[in-house]
Write a protein of this length. Structure first.
Length: 231
């Protein structure tokens, strides 16, 4: 079995699981499947997380871009400040190109929603303020703070940390990388608490449909040696 997996999965990929299982090839194979199932549950939670995060930010950017003299379709016509932030690392140009490619066969013009759909979780994470970027601070103070009405006294740096933890989880899931060695409780809490800052309704909807929390509980019962992970 281990030899087949080494060939099928590649030796470097399987090595991570073999090391975590202290060289036990059968347990390493079981861990690979357990990680795969965890990732499936995490993907569902990340689906909800990214859609809610995207739409709450989009709502505020639409209103703010218009107040600043631009169009509500900020993804098509961002004012210079927003364009400056997005062009730095927000990938707006890539999203526009991808949107044009996606609608070409339909022979219609690209819409704001077409471009929005092409922007990634990394964009929403990047838009949150940083100490070094004055333009992002303006964007936060004038617009994005309203996207998180239940933030209350929580520092925006904490919110940014939560989104970064979800972003790390999303990247690992999307690239089929191991997540078992991460602090899965912390990542699920980060997603749940971010939902709460958006709205109680979003938090309740997430809680009612989230399988990741139960999947994590079940994983740690079977694999208690990974419960103390601090990554």
């Amino acid at each position: 079995m281990a030899h087949d997996l080494t060939i099928t999965l590649s030796e470097p990929r399987f090595r991570t699981y073999l090391r975590a299982a202290q060289g036990d090839e059968t347990r390493a194979a079981d861990l690979y499947v357990a990680n795969m199932r965890l990732s499936g549950a995490a993907h569902e939670s990340l689906h909800m997380f990214e859609v809610v995060l995207r739409n709450t930010i989009d709502t505020q950017l639409r209103a703010w871009n218009a107040r600043r003299g631009g169009s509500r379709d900020w993804a098509l016509e961002p004012i210079p400040l927003l364009r400056g932030v997005l062009d730095a690392r927000g990938k707006l140009g890539d999203a526009e190109a991808n949107a044009r490619s996606a609608v070409r066969r339909h022979k219609r013009a690209v819409t704001h929603d077409d471009v929005l759909a092409q922007l990634t979780l990394g964009t929403w994470r990047y838009l949150l303020p940083s100490r070094r970027d004055a333009m992002k601070r303006v964007l936060w103070d004038e617009a994005l703070v309203e996207a998180f009405p239940n933030l209350y006294g929580i520092p925006v740096t904490t919110l940014a940390d939560w989104v970064s933890m979800a972003y790390d989880l999303r990247n690992r899931v999307a690239h089929f990388e191991p997540i078992f060695s991460r602090d899965l409780y912390a990542r699920r809490r980060a997603i749940y608490r971010t939902m709460k800052t958006v709205s109680r309704e979003a938090q309740a909807w997430f809680g009612a449909n989230d399988r990741f929390h139960r999947a994590v509980e079940e994983f740690y019962i079977e694999w208690p040696e990974h419960k103390g992970s601090k990554l």
